[in-house]
Design a protein around this ligand. Structure first.
Ligand SMILES: Nc1ncnc2c1ncn2[C@@H]1O[C@H](COP(=O)(O)OP(=O)(O)OP(=O)(O)O)[C@@H](O)[C@H]1O
Length: 676
């Protein structure tokens, strides 16, 4: 809470643009409408919410979302600003707006050529952490209890006051005796003991360094760790005569959200592993970049110096021993990864150089400066898209999808690998202006499928032990993930979240999403394809003999359910309450869940009377973390506003620790009451 308070009262010096000149003012004096400058040196932490009007920047939002991957912000244009509904309760809700919205309290890692418009200088009190945990309930009930005692004491006080007056006792004595009665009913040390008890528990947490608490309340399991890029699978041959790398390698080199900050590459761990695999180089056109004057001159000659933010290039020395053409990629525009869309894309321009003498200088291993530009690139751009295979399939040209696409996807996902699909399109004869204005939906379509890349999901050491401990404690554990359902099933089996002997049933609907209604039939099918189906109403397997004593027949085998986000949504929209409750109670795996669906799952479990813990590690878990009774954010940030508890050790080992501490706090509180 102290950190929250500090954040609300945070002030610093800032440079604002007023009356045609720059002024240095205290951030407390900033008013809505001010335009101010953001650089990490002068304004490391944003003192207020703001719209990014010009330039771009990278911010660390982990204190809000728990997501330690830096987030890129691009500037808003007039159209964007005009489309905001300021009257709405939450004008910044949409993902589109958060692209150019800077949140007060977040840290600026890097900024480029920007001046910003100040939104409303609120005090960050929107970030309240709901007091919805068990300990909060105990605290609330404790104070209610003291309140009731207070009422009894007051009534006793009035009654004895009246009696003493009737007995004509001395007024000072009346007052002292009446006060005595209050202290008899409410032990004076009780409120202090309760507060002390709470502080003790919090104090212990702060010192463990594993779990940091932002409030006096007291879980999704991040089981997967990207350990190594296992294999690349190019399904289509995409040979390019001038450039020796296949398009899938180019895609791995350019299609990511890696940032270079002070010479260090930062970003999504999966992107980092993928990029590391290519062995390519990346640099950004900011003050700290290593981009040579020579490269800047080349960009300038091609009028690219103001539009290219990032340059990605294959290794100079190994690439073209024979060729006299060297190619690098300038990233013109990127559409960041959005959990709801499950994809990201970049628009790039190839920058090729025809060399007259391609001699490498011994030390710097860079092409000779006598290069000539290849001007043939003209108005051509390329878009590389990567994302969940189901999503990529939908936006690719049908004839570019290999016949065994689903089979391969199923094979790798079933083996527990994370599968990412890549697609590509050449955007021919388009002006810069058009590219800059292009909407995501307009360019991310009619693509050519390039291939899958497969990541091995390595379980963090000790995960299975923690799952076992929680099982022994009879705490129900459910996997809730954005990943593929088959991958989720495989990981759940490895860590004993579901018994490996159990059959798993997955629901599906024949109709496409837009044609679905309450009459759409859900089919619950065995994942192993054994042709066994569950009854769609009772979710029970077929009994050996339905005619004979149906009621008392034993269930023929043990089984679990795994539901995908779209079916979960369908059941919420059209299913009966009975079916929804059965799914909530019986289902062990919720996969391909969007952030909103994770949130809804928590709320519906709570509506059934469950006390829900949620353990999550990313921005896509924020809603669920906040809604849960016990939210644990696994984040490198010291404390994140996304959840009441933050564990810097990004492992579920913090869950039993927290439960133990919570129970200890409860026992201490009850003991206090008993003692008093
Ligand atoms: N950086 C990325 N670029 C492209 N696609 C991605 C990226 N990260 C994830 N995806 C795809 O989007 C899907 C959903 O991602 P999301 O971040 O919502 O969940 P997740 O990381 O798979 O799982 P969890 O919910 O356990 O964090 C992933 O399964 C993957 O197919």
């Amino acid at each position: 809470m102290k950190r929250m308070r500090d954040l609300a009262h945070f002030s610093c010096e800032m440079r604002v643009w007023r009356g045609g000149a720059w002024w240095r003012i205290d951030s407390g004096d900033a008013v809505p409408g001010d335009i101010f400058e953001v650089t990490p040196a002068t304004l490391p932490q944003l003192p207020c919410d703001a719209f990014l009007l010009d330039g771009d920047c990278i911010v660390n939002e982990s204190m809000l979302t728990g997501e330690s991957v830096p987030v890129s912000k691009t500037s808003a244009n007039d159209e964007d600003l005009a489309s905001i509904d300021y009257e709405s309760n939450d004008p910044i809700k949409s993902n589109e707006i958060s692209r150019y919205f800077l949140f007060g309290g977040t840290k600026v890692i890097r900024s480029r050529a920007g001046k910003f418009g100040n939104g409303n200088n609120d005090d960050g009190d929107e970030n309240d952490i709901g007091a919805n945990g068990c300990l909060a309930m105990v605290a609330r009930d404790s104070f209610r209890f003291i309140g009731v005692l207070g009422i009894i004491a007051s009534l006793g006080f009035l009654a004895s006051f009246y009696n003493f007056i009737m007995l004509k006792v001395d007024p000072v004595m009346i007052f002292v005796r009446a006060l005595d009665l209050i202290t008899i009913v409410i032990p004076p040390a009780l409120p202090a003991t309760m507060t002390e008890d709470g502080l003790d528990v919090l104090g212990f947490r702060e010192t463990t360094k594993d779990i940091n608490s932002m409030s006096s309340e007291n879980d999704r399991v991040s089981l997967n760790e990207f350990s190594k890029l296992y294999k690349t699978a190019t399904l289509l041959e995409n040979k390019n005569s001038e450039f020796p790398y296949p398009l899938i390698i180019c895609a791995m080199g350019v299609c990511h959200s890696i940032k270079v900050v002070n010479g260090q590459v930062m970003g999504d761990p999966m992107d980092l592993k993928m990029f590391e695999f290519t062995n390519w180089n990346i640099d950004e056109l900011d003050a700290s970049s290593k981009i040579t004057t020579d490269q800047r001159v080349r960009l300038k000659k091609m009028s690219l110096q103001n539009v290219v933010g990032t340059i990605v290039s294959p290794p100079y020395d190994k690439t073209f021993p024979e060729s006299n053409i060297f190619t690098e990629f300038g990233v013109i525009k990127s559409f960041e990864f959005v959990s709801g869309l499950r994809r990201m894309s970049v628009i790039v321009r190839r920058i090729s150089y025809i060399k007259e003498t391609f001699t490498f200088q011994a030390k710097v291993k860079q092409p000779d400066l006598t290069n000539k530009m290849n001007t043939s690139t003209g108005k051509d751009f390329e878009i590389f898209v990567k994302g969940a295979p189901e999503v990529i399939k939908d936006i690719c040209l049908k004839d570019s999808i290999p016949f065994n696409y689903d089979e391969l996807l199923r094979h790798y996902a079933h083996s527990g690998y994370r599968v990412i699909a890549f697609a590509y399109k050449k955007l021919v004869n388009i002006s810069f202006l058009k590219i800059m204005k292009a909407k995501r939906g307009d360019v991310e379509k009619e693509l050519t499928f390039l291939g899958f890349i497969i990541f091995e999901n390595k379980l963090k050491a000790g995960t299975a032990d923690i799952v076992k401990i929680l099982n022994q404690a009879k705490i129900r554990q459910v996997m809730c993930t954005g990943d593929n359902v088959l991958t989720a099933v495989s990981v759940s089996r490895i860590c004993d979240l579901v018994n490996i002997q159990n059959k798993i049933f997955i629901p599906s609907i024949a109709e496409r999403e837009i044609h679905r209604n309450e009459n759409s039939k859900i089919i619950w099918e065995d994942i192993e394809g054994s042709n066994i189906f569950l009854d769609p109403k009772t979710l029970l397997p077929p009994f050996p003999s339905r005619s004979s004593n149906f009621e008392n027949s034993p269930i023929p085998f043990k089984y679990d359910l795994a539901v995908t986000g779209d079916i979960f949504q369908h059941i919420l929209d059209y299913g009966s309450e009975d079916l929804l409750n059965k799914v909530l109670i019986k289902c062990q795996i919720f996969a391909r869940m969007s952030p909103e669906q994770k949130h809804l799952l928590v709320e519906h479990l709570q509506a059934l009377g469950c006390c829900v813990g949620f353990c999550g590690d990313g921005a896509n878990d924020c809603g669920a973390l906040k809604a849960a009774d016990v939210g644990i954010s696994l984040s490198e940030a010291e404390a994140s506003v996304a959840a009441p508890f933050t564990s810097q050790v990004t492992h579920i080992e913090c869950v039993p620790t927290l439960i133990r501490e919570g129970r200890a706090a409860l026992v201490t509180s009850f003991s206090c009451f008993k003692y008093m």
